[in-house]
Write a protein of this length. Sequence first.
Length: 556
Amino acid sequence: MTDVLDPEVQPAASTADATWWRQASVYQIYPRSFADADGDGIGDLPGVTERVPYMASLGVEAVWLSPFYPSALADGGYDVDDYRDVDPRLGTLDDFDAMVAALHGAGIRVIVDVVPNHTSDRHAWFREALAAPAGSPARDRYVFRDGSGPDRAEPPADWVSIFGGPAWTAVGDGQWYLHNFAKEQPDLNWANREVRDDFLHTLRFWSDRGVDGFRIDVAHGLAKDLPEGPLPTWAEVLASPKDGQHILWDRDDVHEIYAEWRKVFDEYTPARTAVAEAWVAADRRARYASAEGLGQAFNFDLLEADFDAAQFRTIIEFNLGLAEQSGSSTTWVFSNHDVVRHATRYALPARNGAEEKQGSAWLLAGGSQDDLDRDLGLRRARAATLLELALPGSAYLYQGEELGLHEVGDIPDAERQDPAFFRNPGVDVGRDGCRVPIPWTRQGSSFGFGAGGSHLPQPAWFADSSVEAEDADPDSTLNLYRKALGLRGQLQSEEHLEWLETGRDDVLAFRRPNGWTSVTVFGDEPYDLPSGELLLASAPVADGALSGVGTAWLRS
Protein backbone atom coordinates (compact mmCIF):
# COMPACT_ATOMS: atom_id res chain seq x y z
CA MET A 1 0.00 0.00 0.00
CA THR A 2 1.23 3.48 -0.87
CA ASP A 3 0.08 6.57 0.96
CA VAL A 4 0.75 9.59 -1.23
CA LEU A 5 -1.11 11.92 1.12
CA ASP A 6 -0.04 12.46 4.70
CA PRO A 7 -1.96 9.76 6.64
CA GLU A 8 -1.28 11.35 10.01
CA VAL A 9 -4.29 12.38 12.03
CA GLN A 10 -5.69 15.74 11.00
CA PRO A 11 -7.25 18.01 13.64
CA ALA A 12 -11.03 18.13 13.55
CA ALA A 13 -12.61 21.24 12.08
CA SER A 14 -13.19 24.20 14.32
CA THR A 15 -15.91 23.66 16.90
CA ALA A 16 -17.54 26.78 15.47
CA ASP A 17 -18.23 24.95 12.19
CA ALA A 18 -22.00 24.59 12.11
CA THR A 19 -21.93 21.97 9.34
CA TRP A 20 -19.33 19.64 10.84
CA TRP A 21 -21.87 16.84 11.24
CA ARG A 22 -22.68 16.53 7.53
CA GLN A 23 -19.65 14.37 6.70
CA ALA A 24 -18.24 13.58 10.12
CA SER A 25 -16.64 10.35 11.25
CA VAL A 26 -18.31 9.52 14.57
CA TYR A 27 -17.01 6.89 17.00
CA GLN A 28 -19.62 5.25 19.21
CA ILE A 29 -18.55 4.46 22.76
CA TYR A 30 -20.56 2.08 24.90
CA PRO A 31 -19.15 3.50 28.16
CA ARG A 32 -19.57 0.42 30.33
CA SER A 33 -17.45 -1.59 27.90
CA PHE A 34 -14.82 0.88 26.73
CA ALA A 35 -12.29 1.52 29.51
CA ASP A 36 -12.46 1.00 33.28
CA ALA A 37 -10.38 3.52 35.24
CA ASP A 38 -11.29 2.37 38.76
CA GLY A 39 -11.01 -1.41 38.29
CA ASP A 40 -14.56 -2.37 39.27
CA GLY A 41 -15.20 -4.23 36.02
CA ILE A 42 -17.44 -1.54 34.52
CA GLY A 43 -16.20 1.08 32.09
CA ASP A 44 -16.49 4.70 33.21
CA LEU A 45 -16.07 8.30 32.10
CA PRO A 46 -12.54 8.71 33.53
CA GLY A 47 -11.68 5.66 31.42
CA VAL A 48 -12.94 7.48 28.34
CA THR A 49 -10.87 10.54 29.28
CA GLU A 50 -7.73 8.40 29.65
CA ARG A 51 -8.27 7.06 26.12
CA VAL A 52 -8.72 10.42 24.38
CA PRO A 53 -5.21 10.13 22.87
CA TYR A 54 -6.26 6.82 21.32
CA MET A 55 -9.31 8.40 19.72
CA ALA A 56 -7.21 11.30 18.50
CA SER A 57 -4.75 8.85 16.95
CA LEU A 58 -7.67 7.09 15.30
CA GLY A 59 -8.66 10.34 13.61
CA VAL A 60 -12.38 10.51 14.41
CA GLU A 61 -14.13 13.87 14.46
CA ALA A 62 -16.77 13.13 17.10
CA VAL A 63 -17.58 10.67 19.86
CA TRP A 64 -21.09 9.45 20.59
CA LEU A 65 -21.58 8.06 24.08
CA SER A 66 -24.32 5.56 24.79
CA PRO A 67 -26.15 6.28 28.08
CA PHE A 68 -24.01 7.00 31.13
CA TYR A 69 -26.93 8.10 33.33
CA PRO A 70 -27.92 6.50 36.67
CA SER A 71 -29.53 3.17 35.81
CA ALA A 72 -30.29 -0.27 37.16
CA LEU A 73 -29.02 -1.63 33.82
CA ALA A 74 -32.24 -3.46 33.07
CA ASP A 75 -31.48 -2.56 29.45
CA GLY A 76 -27.80 -1.71 29.38
CA GLY A 77 -28.31 1.87 30.55
CA TYR A 78 -31.30 2.63 28.32
CA ASP A 79 -33.43 2.52 31.47
CA VAL A 80 -32.66 6.01 32.81
CA ASP A 81 -33.19 7.00 36.44
CA ASP A 82 -32.11 10.63 36.05
CA TYR A 83 -31.49 12.37 32.71
CA ARG A 84 -29.32 15.09 34.23
CA ASP A 85 -26.73 13.13 36.19
CA VAL A 86 -24.03 10.46 35.82
CA ASP A 87 -24.29 6.93 37.17
CA PRO A 88 -22.01 6.87 40.26
CA ARG A 89 -20.43 3.68 38.94
CA LEU A 90 -19.37 5.62 35.84
CA GLY A 91 -18.29 8.85 37.49
CA THR A 92 -19.64 12.29 38.35
CA LEU A 93 -20.72 15.42 36.54
CA ASP A 94 -17.22 16.77 37.18
CA ASP A 95 -15.83 13.68 35.43
CA PHE A 96 -18.19 14.37 32.53
CA ASP A 97 -16.96 17.96 32.28
CA ALA A 98 -13.33 16.78 32.36
CA MET A 99 -14.05 14.26 29.59
CA VAL A 100 -15.71 16.90 27.39
CA ALA A 101 -12.78 19.26 27.95
CA ALA A 102 -10.29 16.55 27.00
CA LEU A 103 -12.20 15.57 23.87
CA HIS A 104 -12.68 19.18 22.79
CA GLY A 105 -8.99 19.79 23.48
CA ALA A 106 -8.23 17.03 20.98
CA GLY A 107 -10.60 18.55 18.42
CA ILE A 108 -13.22 15.84 18.97
CA ARG A 109 -16.87 16.77 19.42
CA VAL A 110 -19.26 15.10 21.85
CA ILE A 111 -22.65 13.53 21.13
CA VAL A 112 -24.72 12.01 23.94
CA ASP A 113 -27.63 9.62 23.91
CA VAL A 114 -31.09 10.87 24.89
CA VAL A 115 -33.73 8.24 25.73
CA PRO A 116 -37.08 10.04 25.53
CA ASN A 117 -39.56 7.23 24.89
CA HIS A 118 -39.35 5.83 28.41
CA THR A 119 -37.72 6.35 31.80
CA SER A 120 -36.67 3.63 34.19
CA ASP A 121 -39.06 2.37 36.84
CA ARG A 122 -36.68 3.94 39.41
CA HIS A 123 -37.12 7.46 38.00
CA ALA A 124 -38.50 9.89 40.59
CA TRP A 125 -41.53 10.53 38.40
CA PHE A 126 -42.44 6.86 38.17
CA ARG A 127 -42.01 6.30 41.91
CA GLU A 128 -44.31 9.28 42.43
CA ALA A 129 -46.80 7.81 39.96
CA LEU A 130 -46.90 4.49 41.82
CA ALA A 131 -47.60 6.31 45.09
CA ALA A 132 -50.33 8.46 43.52
CA PRO A 133 -53.93 7.46 42.76
CA ALA A 134 -55.41 6.71 39.35
CA GLY A 135 -56.12 9.85 37.36
CA SER A 136 -53.49 11.91 39.19
CA PRO A 137 -51.10 14.34 37.45
CA ALA A 138 -48.22 12.05 38.45
CA ARG A 139 -49.70 9.14 36.53
CA ASP A 140 -50.52 11.33 33.56
CA ARG A 141 -46.80 11.67 32.83
CA TYR A 142 -46.90 7.99 31.83
CA VAL A 143 -49.36 5.78 29.95
CA PHE A 144 -51.63 4.20 32.55
CA ARG A 145 -54.90 2.39 31.80
CA ASP A 146 -57.40 0.42 33.84
CA GLY A 147 -57.12 -3.32 33.51
CA SER A 148 -59.82 -5.36 31.80
CA GLY A 149 -62.24 -7.83 33.34
CA PRO A 150 -64.62 -7.38 36.27
CA ASP A 151 -61.78 -6.92 38.78
CA ARG A 152 -59.39 -5.20 36.32
CA ALA A 153 -56.96 -8.06 36.86
CA GLU A 154 -56.28 -8.60 33.16
CA PRO A 155 -54.13 -6.26 31.02
CA PRO A 156 -55.89 -3.49 29.10
CA ALA A 157 -54.89 -5.16 25.83
CA ASP A 158 -52.94 -8.14 24.55
CA TRP A 159 -50.00 -6.06 23.35
CA VAL A 160 -46.50 -7.53 23.07
CA SER A 161 -43.28 -5.83 24.16
CA ILE A 162 -40.35 -5.37 21.75
CA PHE A 163 -38.37 -7.55 24.15
CA GLY A 164 -41.08 -10.21 24.23
CA GLY A 165 -43.81 -10.85 26.76
CA PRO A 166 -46.69 -8.53 27.64
CA ALA A 167 -46.36 -4.77 27.11
CA TRP A 168 -48.55 -3.93 30.12
CA THR A 169 -47.67 -4.43 33.80
CA ALA A 170 -50.05 -4.15 36.75
CA VAL A 171 -49.35 -1.80 39.67
CA GLY A 172 -51.72 -3.42 42.16
CA ASP A 173 -54.67 -1.03 42.19
CA GLY A 174 -56.41 -2.12 39.01
CA GLN A 175 -54.25 0.02 36.75
CA TRP A 176 -51.52 -1.05 34.35
CA TYR A 177 -48.71 0.88 32.67
CA LEU A 178 -47.42 0.57 29.12
CA HIS A 179 -43.83 -0.44 28.40
CA ASN A 180 -42.97 -1.08 24.80
CA PHE A 181 -39.62 -2.41 25.96
CA ALA A 182 -38.70 -4.00 29.33
CA LYS A 183 -41.14 -3.67 32.24
CA GLU A 184 -38.47 -1.56 33.94
CA GLN A 185 -38.91 0.99 31.12
CA PRO A 186 -42.35 2.63 31.44
CA ASP A 187 -43.36 4.68 28.40
CA LEU A 188 -43.77 8.42 28.89
CA ASN A 189 -46.90 10.28 27.84
CA TRP A 190 -45.67 12.85 25.35
CA ALA A 191 -49.09 14.49 25.19
CA ASN A 192 -48.26 15.82 28.66
CA ARG A 193 -46.81 19.35 28.62
CA GLU A 194 -44.71 18.73 31.72
CA VAL A 195 -42.94 15.84 29.98
CA ARG A 196 -42.16 18.00 26.96
CA ASP A 197 -40.86 20.90 29.06
CA ASP A 198 -38.65 18.66 31.18
CA PHE A 199 -36.87 17.27 28.14
CA LEU A 200 -36.28 20.78 26.83
CA HIS A 201 -34.58 21.40 30.16
CA THR A 202 -32.48 18.25 29.70
CA LEU A 203 -31.34 19.30 26.22
CA ARG A 204 -30.23 22.69 27.57
CA PHE A 205 -28.56 21.09 30.59
CA TRP A 206 -26.17 19.04 28.46
CA SER A 207 -25.76 21.69 25.78
CA ASP A 208 -24.68 24.13 28.47
CA ARG A 209 -22.03 21.60 29.53
CA GLY A 210 -20.54 21.63 26.04
CA VAL A 211 -22.32 18.74 24.34
CA ASP A 212 -22.29 19.27 20.58
CA GLY A 213 -25.14 16.95 19.59
CA PHE A 214 -27.62 14.27 20.58
CA ARG A 215 -28.50 10.80 19.39
CA ILE A 216 -32.23 10.26 19.91
CA ASP A 217 -33.17 6.74 20.96
CA VAL A 218 -36.43 5.31 19.56
CA ALA A 219 -37.13 8.67 17.93
CA HIS A 220 -40.16 7.24 16.13
CA GLY A 221 -41.94 6.12 19.30
CA LEU A 222 -42.83 9.20 21.32
CA ALA A 223 -46.22 10.16 19.88
CA LYS A 224 -49.02 7.65 20.42
CA ASP A 225 -52.76 7.56 19.72
CA LEU A 226 -54.36 5.55 22.50
CA PRO A 227 -58.12 5.94 23.04
CA GLU A 228 -59.44 6.34 26.56
CA GLY A 229 -61.93 3.53 25.92
CA PRO A 230 -61.19 -0.05 24.85
CA LEU A 231 -57.78 -0.40 23.25
CA PRO A 232 -57.24 -2.12 19.90
CA THR A 233 -56.02 -5.69 19.85
CA TRP A 234 -52.41 -6.50 19.08
CA ALA A 235 -53.50 -7.75 15.67
CA GLU A 236 -55.12 -4.37 15.03
CA VAL A 237 -51.97 -2.59 16.18
CA LEU A 238 -49.88 -4.64 13.77
CA ALA A 239 -52.34 -3.86 10.97
CA SER A 240 -52.36 -0.13 11.73
CA PRO A 241 -51.27 1.85 8.64
CA LYS A 242 -47.65 2.95 8.49
CA ASP A 243 -48.53 6.26 6.87
CA GLY A 244 -48.00 8.60 9.81
CA GLN A 245 -51.17 7.50 11.62
CA HIS A 246 -49.95 4.27 13.24
CA ILE A 247 -51.18 3.76 16.80
CA LEU A 248 -47.70 3.52 18.35
CA TRP A 249 -44.93 4.22 15.87
CA ASP A 250 -43.78 6.92 13.45
CA ARG A 251 -46.77 9.18 13.83
CA ASP A 252 -46.72 12.48 11.97
CA ASP A 253 -47.35 14.41 15.19
CA VAL A 254 -44.01 13.28 16.64
CA HIS A 255 -42.43 16.01 14.52
CA GLU A 256 -44.21 18.68 16.54
CA ILE A 257 -42.01 17.57 19.44
CA TYR A 258 -38.82 17.79 17.39
CA ALA A 259 -39.75 21.22 16.05
CA GLU A 260 -39.62 22.40 19.68
CA TRP A 261 -36.28 20.67 20.15
CA ARG A 262 -34.89 22.36 17.06
CA LYS A 263 -35.64 25.76 18.61
CA VAL A 264 -33.53 24.76 21.60
CA PHE A 265 -30.69 23.48 19.40
CA ASP A 266 -30.68 26.75 17.49
CA GLU A 267 -30.28 28.78 20.70
CA TYR A 268 -26.60 27.76 20.64
CA THR A 269 -23.70 28.83 18.43
CA PRO A 270 -22.98 26.66 16.60
CA ALA A 271 -26.40 25.04 16.70
CA ARG A 272 -26.52 21.69 18.45
CA THR A 273 -27.04 18.71 16.16
CA ALA A 274 -29.15 15.60 16.50
CA VAL A 275 -29.52 12.26 14.75
CA ALA A 276 -32.65 10.13 14.99
CA GLU A 277 -32.66 6.41 15.62
CA ALA A 278 -35.90 5.82 13.75
CA TRP A 279 -36.64 2.33 12.49
CA VAL A 280 -39.11 3.47 9.87
CA ALA A 281 -39.68 2.96 6.16
CA ALA A 282 -36.84 4.53 4.21
CA ASP A 283 -39.11 7.06 2.53
CA ARG A 284 -40.22 8.38 5.95
CA ARG A 285 -36.74 9.06 7.34
CA ALA A 286 -36.51 12.44 5.64
CA ARG A 287 -38.94 14.06 8.08
CA TYR A 288 -36.70 13.17 11.02
CA ALA A 289 -33.70 14.55 9.12
CA SER A 290 -35.32 17.85 8.18
CA ALA A 291 -33.71 21.15 9.10
CA GLU A 292 -36.85 21.99 11.09
CA GLY A 293 -36.49 18.80 13.12
CA LEU A 294 -33.56 16.72 14.30
CA GLY A 295 -31.45 17.38 11.22
CA GLN A 296 -30.17 13.86 10.53
CA ALA A 297 -31.46 10.30 10.78
CA PHE A 298 -29.72 6.96 10.87
CA ASN A 299 -29.72 4.93 7.69
CA PHE A 300 -29.39 1.26 8.68
CA ASP A 301 -29.80 -0.15 5.18
CA LEU A 302 -26.18 -1.20 4.65
CA LEU A 303 -26.19 -2.74 8.11
CA GLU A 304 -28.94 -5.11 6.96
CA ALA A 305 -27.49 -5.86 3.51
CA ASP A 306 -25.47 -8.86 2.38
CA PHE A 307 -21.93 -8.23 1.13
CA ASP A 308 -23.24 -7.82 -2.39
CA ALA A 309 -22.41 -5.21 -5.04
CA ALA A 310 -25.95 -4.85 -6.38
CA GLN A 311 -27.47 -4.41 -2.91
CA PHE A 312 -24.82 -1.86 -1.92
CA ARG A 313 -25.30 0.24 -5.07
CA THR A 314 -29.09 0.28 -4.75
CA ILE A 315 -28.87 1.33 -1.10
CA ILE A 316 -26.27 4.02 -1.74
CA GLU A 317 -28.18 5.57 -4.65
CA PHE A 318 -31.47 5.53 -2.76
CA ASN A 319 -30.12 7.12 0.40
CA LEU A 320 -28.13 9.79 -1.37
CA GLY A 321 -31.35 10.66 -3.16
CA LEU A 322 -33.22 10.91 0.13
CA ALA A 323 -30.52 13.14 1.59
CA GLU A 324 -30.74 15.47 -1.38
CA GLN A 325 -34.51 15.70 -0.99
CA SER A 326 -34.34 16.50 2.74
CA GLY A 327 -31.36 18.84 2.54
CA SER A 328 -29.62 16.72 5.15
CA SER A 329 -26.70 14.36 4.69
CA THR A 330 -27.07 10.62 4.95
CA THR A 331 -25.43 8.35 7.52
CA TRP A 332 -23.65 5.04 7.03
CA VAL A 333 -23.54 2.34 9.71
CA PHE A 334 -22.24 -1.23 9.74
CA SER A 335 -22.10 -2.01 13.47
CA ASN A 336 -23.49 -0.66 16.74
CA HIS A 337 -24.47 -1.77 20.25
CA ASP A 338 -27.64 -3.53 19.06
CA VAL A 339 -26.46 -5.81 16.24
CA VAL A 340 -24.02 -8.61 15.52
CA ARG A 341 -20.66 -7.11 14.55
CA HIS A 342 -20.23 -6.86 10.80
CA ALA A 343 -17.01 -8.88 10.64
CA THR A 344 -19.09 -11.79 11.94
CA ARG A 345 -22.15 -11.11 9.79
CA TYR A 346 -19.92 -11.22 6.72
CA ALA A 347 -18.38 -14.49 7.93
CA LEU A 348 -21.74 -16.26 7.64
CA PRO A 349 -23.71 -17.36 4.57
CA ALA A 350 -25.70 -14.56 2.92
CA ARG A 351 -29.30 -14.02 4.02
CA ASN A 352 -30.51 -13.69 0.42
CA GLY A 353 -33.55 -11.66 1.44
CA ALA A 354 -34.55 -13.69 4.52
CA GLU A 355 -36.32 -11.65 7.21
CA GLU A 356 -34.24 -13.12 10.04
CA LYS A 357 -31.49 -10.78 11.18
CA GLN A 358 -28.04 -11.89 10.11
CA GLY A 359 -26.28 -13.75 12.87
CA SER A 360 -29.34 -14.61 14.96
CA ALA A 361 -29.42 -18.28 13.90
CA TRP A 362 -25.68 -18.58 14.53
CA LEU A 363 -26.12 -17.14 18.03
CA LEU A 364 -29.00 -19.49 18.81
CA ALA A 365 -26.86 -22.42 17.67
CA GLY A 366 -24.22 -21.54 20.25
CA GLY A 367 -22.24 -18.79 18.54
CA SER A 368 -19.10 -20.87 17.99
CA GLN A 369 -16.18 -19.14 16.29
CA ASP A 370 -15.51 -22.45 14.54
CA ASP A 371 -18.70 -21.94 12.53
CA LEU A 372 -17.40 -18.69 11.04
CA ASP A 373 -15.15 -18.04 8.09
CA ARG A 374 -13.35 -15.48 10.23
CA ASP A 375 -10.76 -14.50 7.64
CA LEU A 376 -13.35 -13.91 4.93
CA GLY A 377 -15.55 -11.96 7.33
CA LEU A 378 -12.69 -9.66 8.28
CA ARG A 379 -11.62 -9.10 4.67
CA ARG A 380 -15.19 -8.18 3.76
CA ALA A 381 -15.52 -5.90 6.79
CA ARG A 382 -12.31 -4.06 5.89
CA ALA A 383 -13.45 -3.63 2.28
CA ALA A 384 -16.91 -2.45 3.34
CA THR A 385 -15.48 0.09 5.77
CA LEU A 386 -13.19 1.65 3.17
CA LEU A 387 -16.16 1.93 0.82
CA GLU A 388 -18.22 3.51 3.63
CA LEU A 389 -15.55 6.07 4.44
CA ALA A 390 -15.35 7.11 0.78
CA LEU A 391 -19.08 7.88 0.58
CA PRO A 392 -20.62 11.34 1.03
CA GLY A 393 -22.25 11.72 4.44
CA SER A 394 -21.46 10.77 8.03
CA ALA A 395 -19.82 7.49 8.99
CA TYR A 396 -20.74 6.03 12.39
CA LEU A 397 -18.15 3.58 13.71
CA TYR A 398 -18.69 1.31 16.71
CA GLN A 399 -15.96 0.75 19.29
CA GLY A 400 -13.89 -2.30 18.47
CA GLU A 401 -14.72 -2.47 14.80
CA GLU A 402 -11.41 -0.69 14.16
CA LEU A 403 -9.80 -3.80 15.65
CA GLY A 404 -11.75 -6.10 13.34
CA LEU A 405 -13.46 -7.64 16.36
CA HIS A 406 -15.83 -10.51 15.80
CA GLU A 407 -18.98 -11.01 17.86
CA VAL A 408 -18.53 -12.93 21.12
CA GLY A 409 -21.27 -15.47 20.47
CA ASP A 410 -20.69 -18.11 23.13
CA ILE A 411 -21.29 -16.19 26.36
CA PRO A 412 -22.57 -18.61 29.04
CA ASP A 413 -26.23 -18.15 29.89
CA ALA A 414 -25.38 -17.42 33.52
CA GLU A 415 -23.30 -14.41 32.49
CA ARG A 416 -25.69 -12.79 30.03
CA GLN A 417 -27.26 -9.42 30.88
CA ASP A 418 -29.55 -8.38 28.02
CA PRO A 419 -33.26 -8.47 28.97
CA ALA A 420 -34.07 -9.78 25.49
CA PHE A 421 -32.32 -13.03 26.46
CA PHE A 422 -34.35 -13.48 29.66
CA ARG A 423 -37.68 -12.55 28.09
CA ASN A 424 -37.25 -14.72 24.99
CA PRO A 425 -35.54 -17.95 26.05
CA GLY A 426 -34.63 -20.09 23.11
CA VAL A 427 -35.63 -17.34 20.67
CA ASP A 428 -33.24 -14.43 21.26
CA VAL A 429 -29.88 -14.53 23.02
CA GLY A 430 -29.69 -10.74 23.16
CA ARG A 431 -27.03 -8.20 22.33
CA ASP A 432 -24.33 -8.92 24.90
CA GLY A 433 -21.93 -10.29 22.28
CA CYS A 434 -21.26 -6.87 20.74
CA ARG A 435 -21.07 -5.22 24.17
CA VAL A 436 -18.17 -7.24 25.59
CA PRO A 437 -15.43 -4.86 26.83
CA ILE A 438 -12.86 -4.26 24.10
CA PRO A 439 -9.23 -5.47 24.50
CA TRP A 440 -6.44 -2.96 24.90
CA THR A 441 -3.50 -5.24 25.77
CA ARG A 442 -2.43 -8.78 24.92
CA GLN A 443 -2.56 -9.90 28.54
CA GLY A 444 -4.12 -9.03 31.87
CA SER A 445 -7.27 -10.02 33.68
CA SER A 446 -9.37 -7.99 31.25
CA PHE A 447 -6.92 -7.38 28.38
CA GLY A 448 -6.23 -3.88 29.66
CA PHE A 449 -9.87 -2.88 30.01
CA GLY A 450 -9.26 -2.25 33.71
CA ALA A 451 -7.28 -3.42 36.71
CA GLY A 452 -10.00 -5.88 37.64
CA GLY A 453 -12.16 -8.15 35.50
CA SER A 454 -14.82 -7.22 32.98
CA HIS A 455 -18.58 -7.23 33.44
CA LEU A 456 -18.99 -9.55 30.44
CA PRO A 457 -16.56 -12.41 29.75
CA GLN A 458 -13.85 -11.81 27.14
CA PRO A 459 -12.58 -14.70 25.00
CA ALA A 460 -8.92 -15.72 24.79
CA TRP A 461 -8.77 -14.78 21.10
CA PHE A 462 -9.18 -11.12 22.09
CA ALA A 463 -5.42 -11.03 22.78
CA ASP A 464 -4.48 -11.04 19.10
CA SER A 465 -7.13 -8.41 18.33
CA SER A 466 -6.06 -6.03 21.07
CA VAL A 467 -4.90 -2.48 20.48
CA GLU A 468 -1.44 -3.47 21.69
CA ALA A 469 -1.21 -6.33 19.19
CA GLU A 470 -2.51 -4.32 16.25
CA ASP A 471 -0.70 -1.09 16.97
CA ALA A 472 2.65 -2.58 15.98
CA ASP A 473 1.37 -4.24 12.80
CA PRO A 474 1.33 -1.81 9.85
CA ASP A 475 -1.18 -3.98 8.01
CA SER A 476 -3.59 -4.39 10.93
CA THR A 477 -7.21 -3.34 10.78
CA LEU A 478 -6.50 -0.67 13.41
CA ASN A 479 -3.85 0.94 11.25
CA LEU A 480 -6.07 0.64 8.18
CA TYR A 481 -8.73 2.68 10.01
CA ARG A 482 -6.16 5.24 11.15
CA LYS A 483 -4.86 5.74 7.62
CA ALA A 484 -8.34 5.81 6.11
CA LEU A 485 -9.69 8.35 8.59
CA GLY A 486 -6.64 10.56 8.22
CA LEU A 487 -6.93 10.53 4.43
CA ARG A 488 -10.71 10.99 4.54
CA GLY A 489 -10.30 14.25 6.42
CA GLN A 490 -8.20 15.58 3.56
CA LEU A 491 -10.21 14.13 0.68
CA GLN A 492 -13.80 15.00 1.56
CA SER A 493 -15.56 17.32 -0.88
CA GLU A 494 -19.06 18.01 -2.20
CA GLU A 495 -21.73 15.52 -1.12
CA HIS A 496 -22.21 13.56 -4.32
CA LEU A 497 -20.46 10.95 -6.43
CA GLU A 498 -20.20 9.69 -10.00
CA TRP A 499 -20.50 5.97 -10.68
CA LEU A 500 -17.82 4.49 -12.93
CA GLU A 501 -18.31 1.63 -15.36
CA THR A 502 -16.35 -1.42 -14.22
CA GLY A 503 -17.45 -4.11 -16.67
CA ARG A 504 -18.16 -6.51 -13.81
CA ASP A 505 -21.27 -7.06 -11.70
CA ASP A 506 -19.20 -7.73 -8.60
CA VAL A 507 -17.17 -4.51 -8.74
CA LEU A 508 -18.37 -1.06 -7.67
CA ALA A 509 -16.42 2.08 -8.43
CA PHE A 510 -17.24 5.74 -7.96
CA ARG A 511 -15.46 9.07 -8.09
CA ARG A 512 -15.92 11.99 -5.75
CA PRO A 513 -15.81 15.53 -7.23
CA ASN A 514 -12.19 16.13 -6.24
CA GLY A 515 -10.87 13.12 -8.15
CA TRP A 516 -10.94 10.69 -5.22
CA THR A 517 -11.90 7.25 -6.58
CA SER A 518 -13.05 4.20 -4.61
CA VAL A 519 -13.10 0.70 -6.12
CA THR A 520 -14.55 -2.31 -4.29
CA VAL A 521 -14.27 -5.91 -5.45
CA PHE A 522 -17.02 -8.01 -3.85
CA GLY A 523 -16.03 -11.24 -5.61
CA ASP A 524 -12.90 -13.37 -5.47
CA GLU A 525 -11.24 -12.46 -8.76
CA PRO A 526 -8.67 -9.62 -8.95
CA TYR A 527 -9.62 -6.42 -10.76
CA ASP A 528 -7.38 -4.11 -12.77
CA LEU A 529 -7.57 -0.70 -11.13
CA PRO A 530 -8.05 2.48 -13.16
CA SER A 531 -5.12 4.81 -13.58
CA GLY A 532 -4.24 7.02 -10.66
CA GLU A 533 -2.11 7.20 -7.53
CA LEU A 534 -2.90 4.44 -5.09
CA LEU A 535 -3.73 5.98 -1.72
CA LEU A 536 -4.85 3.01 0.33
CA ALA A 537 -6.15 -0.52 -0.08
CA SER A 538 -7.76 -3.02 2.26
CA ALA A 539 -6.31 -5.98 0.33
CA PRO A 540 -3.14 -6.63 -1.69
CA VAL A 541 -2.55 -4.80 -4.97
CA ALA A 542 -0.18 -6.54 -7.41
CA ASP A 543 0.75 -5.26 -10.87
CA GLY A 544 -2.07 -2.73 -10.71
CA ALA A 545 -4.73 -5.32 -9.85
CA LEU A 546 -6.72 -5.30 -6.61
CA SER A 547 -7.18 -8.79 -5.22
CA GLY A 548 -10.65 -10.18 -4.59
CA VAL A 549 -12.69 -8.91 -1.63
CA GLY A 550 -11.05 -5.57 -1.22
CA THR A 551 -11.39 -1.82 -1.63
CA ALA A 552 -8.81 0.59 -2.98
CA TRP A 553 -8.69 4.39 -3.01
CA LEU A 554 -6.99 6.25 -5.82
CA ARG A 555 -6.46 9.87 -6.76
CA SER A 556 -6.60 10.83 -10.41
